[in-house]
Design a protein around this ligand. Structure first.
Ligand SMILES: Cc1cc2nc3c(=O)[nH]c(=O)nc-3n(C[C@H](O)[C@H](O)[C@H](O)COP(=O)(O)OP(=O)(O)OC[C@H]3O[C@@H](n4cnc5c(N)ncnc54)[C@H](O)[C@@H]3O)c2cc1C
Length: 378
């Protein structure tokens, strides 16, 4: 872990908004208001927000695109909303740190507020491979390491180089290597020991310049089938991204019309012995290898469907008719209603399969000042 000096920075004043409606700023459309909100695009703006929150002793809650957050009716204290920088480097949303067109791998740097799907589209169009399987995932770049986003056989851990993390407590900018981020299946150090402790300011990724011998990840069954059907014998980053986008559009509801947070539960990971018993009883159970030795990952969507809960609705919440792992706010549900519904689903799966489902989206963790960080400590 390395620390950056910030001596050359000019201080900026924080622009505070009061009583801000965040219902349209979270993809589940949960009614939510922020008592106070500051939008941040740079380290200076984060520092100004910290200075303000510390002086007022306000807890700080971070929000990016709001596509993986369970927002309560009121967020007390200060919400810091990470937004995209006003202009990208050379018209692009990322900058290349590795120079020379002949170098095979390229390290790029991206600001936290950049839209992830835009980053994938731009890197793919520039002939850089590595992000194509992660096309169309909503949200910001800065939130990608928080749950180690993943899809179609690739996860952020496969390409992450390092992260710049601004620590609220110490007012320091830390550079964390991919190992120091401790990425796991929809998990990271930012969800554990560092939860709520600071903001990812920028992310560096290692991508590959596409060449005739570039290797792609195409083994995920739905992707392999789509590429075969499209007659793609020699796939490229662009053709893989196209196939992934088509699969996602056909399977996943669009939050703008059917508010949701993507997969609501993680695919449960069970011990090999428990899996063997399940397989005997349910030979068709969809399963995947797990990174944990002696364990197998099971498709949570299948478990929910087997409980007869595909397309099930109770009050203002439903499981989606095509993808039961996605919970949809069908109109007017708040966080309490959503959590009650989710508990019903998890309980049904537990009763039938003796498997505990774990939620993927979480309420954002707030940073709270300690006694020693009274205003004089700013
Ligand atoms: C339709 C749909 C499909 C999805 N598909 C996938 C998928 O295929 N794979 C997948 O992995 N996920 C998927 N997701 C979940 C979501 O897109 C990702 O988790 C995404 O990374 C969330 O980004 P965000 O900016 O919206 O995060 P937010 O919801 O704003 O924040 C999520 C968490 O990260 C914290 N956070 C946000 N920004 C920062 C920052 N800069 N620094 C520190 N902490 C921060 C927040 O405090 C919060 O705790 C999907 C969601 C939807 C709605």
């Amino acid at each position: 872990m390395s620390r950056h000096s910030a001596s050359a920075e000019r201080p900026v004043a924080a622009h505070v908004e009061y009583d801000v409606d965040l219902t349209t700023a979270n993809s589940l459309a949960l009614p939510c208001r922020a008592e106070r909100l500051i939008r941040c695009r740079s380290l200076q703006e984060l520092r100004a927000a910290r200075h303000y929150a510390c002086a007022e002793q306000l807890p700080i809650t971070l929000l990016g695109g709001g596509s993986n957050s369970l927002c309560p009716p009121t967020i007390e204290g200060l919400v810091v909303k990470i937004e995209a920088p006003l202009s990208g480097a050379g018209g692009r949303c990322y900058s290349e740190l590795t120079q020379g067109a002949d170098s095979r791998s390229v390290i790029i740097e991206v600001a936290a507020g950049v839209n992830w799907a835009q980053l994938v589209a731009e890197t793919v169009a520039a002939g850089l491979a590595g992000l194509e399987n992660l096309a169309l995932i909503p949200g910001t770049v800065g939130a990608a390491p928080i749950q180690n986003i993943g899809a179609y056989g690739v996860e952020l851990a496969d390409v992450l180089h390092s992260v710049d993390f601004y620590d609220w407590h110490s007012d320091q900018l830390l550079s964390l290597s991919v190992q120091e981020c401790q990425l796991g299946y929809r998990d990271s150090r930012f969800k554990g020991e560092l939860a709520g402790q600071g903001a990812v300011l920028s992310v560096r990724l290692t991508l590959q310049r596409e060449r005739a011998d570039t290797r792609y990840q195409t083994s995920y069954p739905a992707l392999a089938t789509a590429l075969r059907k499209a007659g793609e014998n020699a796939p490229s980053a662009a053709s893989i991204a196209r196939a992934v986008c088509a699969i996602r559009r056909s399977k996943l509801p669009e939050p703008a019309t059917e508010p949701n947070a993507g997969s609501f539960f993680k695919n449960p990971v069970v011990a090999q012995e428990q899996f063997a018993r399940l397989l005997q009883r349910y030979p068709a159970i969809p399963h995947y290898p797990s990174a944990i030795d002696g364990c197998v990952k099971i498709a949570a969507a299948w478990l929910i469907e087997q409980c007869g809960l595909k397309g099930y609705r109770s009050g203002a919440v439903a499981t989606h008719a095509r993808q039961p792992l996605v919970l949809v706010n069908v109109g007017g549900a708040d966080l309490a209603a959503l959590l009650t519904f989710a508990e019903q689903i998890a309980e049904a799966v537990k009763q039938k399969f003796a498997i505990a489902l774990e939620r993927e989206p979480q309420p954002p963790t707030a940073f709270v000042w300690s006694q020693s960080e009274a205003p004089s400590a700013v």
